[in-house]
Design a protein around this ligand. Structure first.
Ligand code: NDP
Ligand code: 2IT
Length: 448
C-alpha cells in the first residue's frame, strides 16, 4: 500500500512541476489521484502502462488569438483555448466557457474533470474543454457574433463530429452556439450537425439539452435522498447561480416537491421565503439578461443581499450551480449546522477540498459534479445520436432517458464505493468508475 501511495504522490508532484501556476488543475488532479490508490493496488497493470501519467497529460492543447472589432470600431484581442484531453472513449467532448477569469489552468481542470464525467455517463465520448477570457456581459449581440465568428475561424480546423464536439458552459448558451455553428458551416461548407451540441431545437438541437444539467443534478440528488429513504418533498433548498444550470435545477426541484428559497449571481443573492418564482427568474435571466437584484422589484416580499454568502441561508438541500470553489470549508460548516443533509454539484468543482471534508465527516450525502452534473453532457451525447440518425425525439422520451442515465450513474458510483470499502462516498465511486472505464481502452490501444 505505502509503495502505491508513494507512486501516486510522485505522479502528483510531477503534475505540479509540469504545470506551474495552474492551481485549479492541480486541485482537480489531486482529488482524483487520492481515490485511485486502491485501484492501483487491485490492478497493478495500470501502473505498468503508466495510465495515470498519460491521463494527466492532455493529448493536445490549442491556444490562439481571437481578434474582433467592437461596436465603437475598436480592435479587441482575446485568447482562445481548446484542450483535447483524452479520446480513449470517443471524440473529445466538453463545453466552451466565455468568462474573464478563463486561463489555461481553468480549461485544464474542466477538461480533466470532463474525462471522468463523460466516462461515468457510459456514452462514447472523450474529454475536452475550451473557452476564452472574453466577457460577454454588457456586449451587444453584434459584438458577441463577431467574437464567436473570429473564435470559430481558428477553432474550426480542430473540430469535427468524429474529432471534437464542443457545447456550452458559463457564458455560452444557444445564442453563442448559433453564431459558432453558422461560422463553422460557412467555413467548411458542411452541414455537420453533430460538431456542436446545445443547438437550437429548430436546427438540430435536442429537446431537453437546455434543461438537462439542472434536471440531471436534481435527479441525482433525488437518488441520493432515496438511498436514505428520503425525498425532496417539503424541503427548503438553496441553488447558487441563476444561469442555465441553476434555472432548470429550480424548475425540477419544484416539480419534485422541494422549495428553492434562494439563488444568486456574482453580485449577490436573493432570499424568497415563499419560494423562488421560476417565471420571473427565466424572464430576468434568460430573456432580459438582467441582474438577480432586479427580482425584488417584482417580488417585494423577497430580499436581496448584495455580496454576502448564499450558504448562510438555512436549507436541507444545497445545490451549487455557479462556479469553481464557491463553497468553502466555513460555508460547509454553516450548512451542516443549519441541518443540510444533501449536496449535489451542478457546477464543476464548486466545493473546496475543505468543504468536501466537512460534508463527508458530517455524513452529508455529497454528489460531486463529475457524477451529479453529468446529465448535461449525457444529453449532448443523445443530441449527437439523434443528429447521426437524422432523428428528433420527443421531450418526454428524452427526459425519461436522462432520468435513467442519472439513476445508472448514481447506482454505479454507489456500488463502486461499497465495493472499495467506502460506502456512501460518491467521490471515490465516481472517480473509480470514470478512471477504470478510460483506463481499459487505453491499455488496449497500446502506447499512443
Ligand atoms: P451560465 O453562464 O448560464 O450561468 C453562470 C451562473 O454562475 C451565473 O449566475 C453567474 O453569475 C454565476 N457565476 C459565474 N461565474 C461566477 C464567478 N466567478 N463568481 C460568482 N458567480 C459566478 O453558466 P451555466 O449555468 O451553464 O454553468 C454553471 C456551472 O455549471 C459552471 O460551473 C459550469 O461549468 C457547470 N456546468 C454546466 C453545464 C451546462 O450544460 N451548461 C454542464 C455541467 C456543468 P454572473 O451572471 O454574475 O456572472
Ligand atoms: O461541464 C459540462 O459537462 C458542460 N459544460 C457540458 C458539456 C457538453 O459537451 O455538453
Amino acid at each position: 500500500m505505502t509503495q502505491v501511495v508513494d507512486q501516486v504522490e510522485h505522479i502528483y508532484e510531477e503534475v505540479i512541476r509540469r504545470n506551474p501556476g495552474e492551481l485549479e488543475f492541480h486541485q482537480a488532479v489531486k482529488e482524483v489521484l487520492e481515490s485511485l490508490v486502491p485501484v492501483l493496488e487491485r490492478h497493478p497493470h495500470y501502473a505498468e502502462h503508466r495510465i495515470i501519467e498519460r491521463i494527466c497529460e492532455p493529448e493536445r492543447q490549442v491556444i490562439f488569438r481571437v481578434p474582433w472589432v467592437d461596436d465603437s470600431g475598436r480592435v479587441q484581442i482575446n485568447r482562445g483555448f481548446r484542450v483535447q484531453f483524452n479520446s480513449a472513449l470517443g471524440p473529445y467532448k466538453g463545453g466552451l466557457r466565455f468568462h474573464p477569469s478563463v486561463y489555461l489552468g481553468i480549461i485544464k481542470f474542466l477538461g480533466f474533470e470532463q474525462i471522468f464525467k463523460n466516462a461515468v455517463t457510459g456514452m462514447p465520448i472523450g474529454g475536452g474543454k475550451g473557452g476564452s477570457d472574453f466577457d460577454p456581459k454588457g456586449r451587444s449581440d453584434g459584438e458577441v457574433m463577431r467574437f464567436c465568428q473570429s473564435f470559430m475561424t481558428e477553432l474550426h480546423r480542430h473540430l469535427g463530429e468524429y474529432t471534437d464536439v464542443p457545447a456550452g458552459d458559463i457564458g455560452v448558451g444557444a445564442r453563442e452556439i448559433g453564431f459558432l455553428f453558422g461560422q463553422y458551416k460557412r467555413l467548411t461548407n458542411r452541414y455537420e450537425s453533430a460538431v456542436l451540441t446545445g443547438k437550437g431545437t429548430t436546427w438540430g438541437g435536442a429537446l431537453v439539452r437546455k434543461e438537462a444539467t439542472g434536471y440531471g443534478v436534481t435527479f441525482f440528488i433525488d437518488e441520493m435522498l432515496k438511498a436514505r429513504n428520503n425525498s425532496f418533498e417539503g424541503k427548503d433548498c438553496v441553488v447558487s447561480g441563476s444561469g442555465n444550470v441553476a434555472i432548470y435545477a429550480v424548475e425540477k426541484i419544484h416539480e419534485l416537491g422541494g422549495k428553492v428559497v434562494a439563488c444568486s449571481d456574482s453580485d449577490g443573492y436573493i432570499y424568497h421565503k415563499a419560494g423562488i418564482n421560476l417565471e420571473t427568474l427565466k424572464q430576468l435571466k434568460e430573456t432580459e439578461r438582467r441582474r438577480i437584484r432586479d427580482y425584488v422589484e417584482i417580488h417585494s416580499d423577497a430580499k436581496y443581499h448584495h455580496g454576502g454568502n448564499i450558504w448562510d441561508v438555512p436549507c436541507v438541500v444545497a445545490v451549487p450551480c455557479a462556479t469553481q470553489n464557491e463553497l468553502d470549508g466555513d460555508s460547509a460548516k454553516t450548512l451542516v449546522k443549519n441541518g443540510c443533509i444533501a449536496v449535489g454539484e451542478g457546477a464543476n468543482m464548486p466545493t473546496t477540498p475543505e468543504g468536501i471534508k466537512v460534508f463527508q465527516d458530517a455524513k452529508v450525502s455529497y454528489g460531486p459534479g463529475k457524477a451529479a452534473n453529468a446529465g448535461g453532457v449525457a444529453t449532448s451525447a443523445l443530441e449527437m445520436q439523434q443528429n447521426a440518425s437524422r432523428d428528433a425525439w420527443s421531450f418526454e422520451f428524452t427526459e425519461r432517458k436522462l432520468r435513467e442515465i442519472m439513476r445508472d450513474i448514481h447506482q454505479a458510483c454507489f456500488e463502486t464505493a461499497e465495493d472499495y470499502g467506502k460506502p456512501g462516498d460518491y467521490v471515490v465511486g465516481a472517480n473509480i468508475v470514470g478512471f477504470t472505464r478510460v483506463a481499459e481502452p487505453m491499455v488496449a490501444f497500446g502506447v499512443v
